[in-house]
Write a protein that binds this ligand. Structure first.
Ligand code: ZN
Length: 118
């Protein structure tokens, strides 16, 4: 629910800034480590967005991979299935730094303002 609420806050903020009256579509990027279930987020969003310009918005949720930096060679690589393996150095015991994978980003918002459409 907290994620849905923060998405809504960002969206409503953009609505005010761009004088949008209705939000049609929201494109979100969610890191694989954020453990977001798209269906659950969509459901929660519809609940918190009720009565706001975003209540009928479609959530377009894209999962972005986890990217870590190897402490030995400094390379960035995508971590799949939580295998702590660097493609170059092999298994890495500790010191991996997380570059991305936990964040939630609102990429774009599509909507209509008072003056257009209708
Ligand atoms: Zn490495």
């Amino acid at each position: 629910m907290a994620i849905a609420q923060s998405v809504l806050d960002i969206v409503l903020d953009e609505c005010r800034r761009h004088h949008m009256e209705t939000v049609d579509r929201i494109h979100l990027q969610v890191g694989a480590l954020a453990a977001v279930v798209p269906e659950a987020l969509t459901f929660c969003f519809q609940v918190v967005a009720q009565g706001t310009p975003a209540e009928r918005a479609v959530l377009d949720i894209e999962t972005v991979p986890v990217v870590v930096r190897c402490p030995l060679c400094g390379d960035l690589y995508e971590m799949e299935d939580r295998l702590d393996m660097c493609p170059r150095c092999g298994p890495v015991v500790s010191g991996l730094s997380l570059i991305s994978g936990r964040e939630m980003t609102v990429m774009s918002i599509e909507g209509r303002s008072k003056n257009e459409g209708a």
